[in-house]
Design a protein around this ligand. Structure first.
Ligand SMILES: Nc1ncnc2c1ncn2[C@@H]1O[C@H](COP(=O)(O)OP(=O)(O)OP(=O)(O)O)[C@@H](O)[C@H]1O
Length: 335
């Protein structure tokens, strides 16, 4: 499915601005953005529940179908679980026996065994949400639109369902546009991630591209990436000796690119090199990580995170150490 220059206005207010987006067939595209950035509005537009003010939506094969699962379950209160799940098949004229068989298949996968005769008010929020998912999936949509569908579920159930849905998607190769604010959820399923801020799609890329190469300070901030600093801080570290372009105001460096060195900073010994430089710091936190240690330090007024792999001696809190900053790894942003 492809969107070209999509705009959506509600009550004369522009909510979605000039969005271009292509979702490839068989792809899981995760859309992330702060509350109020327009994620639900865009999903509703794609599902045909809200009109586009301008722009074009096209499908690879001419036409396509969508299935939308909202944040909160929206079930028919007077229908049982089984009837809710199979409702779309009834509308399509599929015989009762056949649609019940199909719905029962989903009940098992959605861990809803034994609940088929219940009505929505007799289910927990999480169970209702799984019924909503079944109701959308049973119609085999070309593009499944998920608006934080698992937000209300406990962690174990959330992970089980993510895994089940992921496996099902890989098997059947439908596409998913998946809105989530859970980083772990995004990273475990996304082929690509899109970041939307204030109704504009700001960056699209693979998870590693987005997290290692955020296009702007705003994106790095939204992703809560550590090691974002101001030009003033940079000036303080290097006593104003290392200038950056006047148009660049904010810097960011990945914790994997900083290096820790034991021993206190000594200006006479710490020779400034062409491509890297040492700055003095004090260890504030030491946490084991999968690869080694994640170490937080205070360098001037700035807290920095450094990931180490195979540090020979684990530094202790309050220890004075040095951080090596490789200039080429710093990302500078104008704002
Ligand atoms: N029916 C409406 N009438 C007026 N404004 C609306 C309407 N629906 C959404 N908006 C506005 O559009 C903007 C985007 O809302 P939307 O629900 O799409 O954001 P979201 O990114 O999905 O947020 P959240 O993560 O909180 O669900 C918000 O400023 C919201 O107030």
């Amino acid at each position: 499915m492809q969107l070209e220059q999509i705009n959506i206005q509600i009550n004369n207010e522009s909510i979605i601005h000039s969005i271009d987006l292509k979702i490839n067939s068989g792809e899981i595209f995760v859309l992330m953005g702060p509350s109020g950035s327009g994620k639900t509005t865009l999903l509703k537009g794609i599902a045909g529940l809200l009109p586009f003010t301008s722009g074009k939506q096209t499908w690879e094969n001419g036409t396509g179908t969508t299935g939308l699962v909202f944040q909160e379950p929206r079930l028919f209160p007077h229908l049982t679980v089984l009837e809710n799940i199979s409702f779309g098949l009834k509308v399509r004229g599929i015989p009762a026996k056949e649609r019940k068989k199909a719905a029962r298949e989903f009940l098992k996968n959605l861990q809803l065994d034994g609940l088929e005769k219940r009505y929505p008010h007799q289910l927990s929020g999480g169970q209702q949400q799984r019924v909503s998912l079944g109701r959308a999936l049973i119609l085999n949509p070309d593009l499944l639109l998920l608006d934080e569908p698992f937000a209300s579920l406990d962690t174990t159930l959330r992970q089980d369902l993510i895994e089940w849905l992921y496996d099902l998607q890989r098997k059947l190769s439908f596409s998913i546009l998946w809105v989530t604010h859970y980083l772990d959820e995004a990273l475990s399923v996304a082929d690509r991630i899109g970041i939307i801020l204030e109704g504009r799609l700001q960056q699209i890329g693979t998870p590693s591209k987005i997290f290692q190469n955020p296009d702007s300070e705003k994106i790095a901030q939204f992703l809560s990436l550590p090691n974002r600093f101001s030009k003033e801080q940079w000036s303080n570290w290097f006593q104003g000796e290392l200038n950056v372009l006047p148009t660049l105001n904010r810097g960011w460096i990945d914790p994997n690119h900083l290096q820790l060195f034991a021993g206190e900073y000594n200006q006479d010994e710490d020779i400034r090199e062409e491509f890297t430089c040492m700055i003095p710091a004090i260890v504030t936190k030491v946490r084991p990580s999968r690869e080694g240690y994640s170490i937080s330090v205070l360098a001037g007024n700035q807290s920095l995170d450094v990931n180490t792999t195979g540090w020979k001696r684990v530094p202790t809190v309050k220890e004075k150490i040095r951080i090596r900053v490789p200039f080429a790894q710093i990302h500078w942003y104008s704002e």
